[in-house]
Design a binder for this molecule. Sequence first.
Ligand SMILES: Cc1cc2nc3c(=O)[nH]c(=O)nc-3n(C[C@H](O)[C@H](O)[C@H](O)COP(=O)(O)O)c2cc1C
Length: 194
Amino acid sequence: MTKVLGVASSLREGATSTATLSVALDFAKKHGGQTRILDLRQTRLPLYDPNEGQSGTELQKAEEDVVWADAFILATPDYHGSMSGTMKNFLDYFWSEFAGKTFGYICASHEKGLTVMDQMRTAVKQCYGWSLPYGVSVNGEDDLENGMIANQRVNSRLEMLARDLVVYGNLLRQQFVTDLDSGLGNTFAARYRK
Ligand SMILES: Cc1cc2nc3c(=O)[nH]c(=O)nc-3n(C[C@H](O)[C@H](O)[C@H](O)COP(=O)(O)O)c2cc1C
């Protein structure tokens, strides 16, 4: 069963991106995934500092969730065509934990958020994670009513994202783990072998 971690990165109460993420996680469950949410509004991580050995219960929770996951849905608001600082800060903490895992993207934007999702995709690629080749953009004013998705096309795209993440996330993860366990040297996974 694919373990899917949803990461919410808006600090706004009643955030569109977080509400949309919850719907996507429900769809992931419907398609056989096991889900968790890491809401960075609740779990406030300190600003990443490479000089310090950082610790704390929040960071510990985030670490546990990230290690647990086979696949991720990253949800962010569009801030100046990029991801929220909160999301970037979260991504800065991890690297090898993302390798061989699959990522899907949700962006709350008035402008489709394509550059936003590209930038998250770039960060994930730098960490040797896989990305679904599409994401879901949601416009809070047009697509939501009382915190629920009111646009059927967005709803259907969210289900597709969740289903694809459960299926492809599992395939890629299983192959990565098999490659890790094998003695083969010249594979993508070989460099992560302990
Ligand atoms: C600092 C800041 C920058 C923003 N920049 C953009 C932007 O470049 N393009 C856009 O469409 N919306 C922009 N917005 C609007 C938010 O993306 C939009 O309100 C979004 O729905 C908020 O998502 P949330 O409800 O998940 O927090 C910006 C909002 C803030 C606070």
